[in-house]
Design a protein around this ligand. Sequence first.
Ligand code: HEC
Length: 127
Amino acid sequence: MHLVMKRFGIFELLFSLALLTAGGCYYDVEEELYPSEECDTNNVTFSGDISPAIQSNCLVCHSNAARLGNITLEGYDNLKAQVNNGSLLGAIKHQPGFAPMPDGLPQLDACLIARIEQWITDGAPNN
Ligand code: HEC
């Protein structure tokens, strides 16, 4: 009886570890490959979504005062200029030919990128 319990204990431990590891990997991969399945891109607004996201991820380097790379994203008009010339989307999607943003930091969350892209597709309204 003692032997059986002990064997079960070890087996269960290994099995749980395998599950945990596999679960972690699966989640990461799924999130990267299928952002749209878990991501709501409806009703994205400049004031409610885009401006706060730019504020917290970009303005430390791209405020009017900081202006790194001679780029300011502060305020709708300045941001819209980078939308119109294609740099904003190219930079956050890490497309070839653009400096990958945010500079030296992990890429933005896949859902946030999808929401920004949807806003741009909608004509980047000042709403
Ligand atoms: C830590 C500082 C820093 C942060 C944070 C940062 N940037 Fe930048 N950004 C830079 C620098 C420096 C450059 C100039 C890079 C170059 O020219 O190689 C730049 C350049 C750019 C460019 C021009 C890219 C091109 O290839 O023309 C855009 C657009 C841009 N940033 C957007 C953003 C956005 C959007 C965010 C937030 C998601 C962001 N940046 C966050 C420092 C930063």
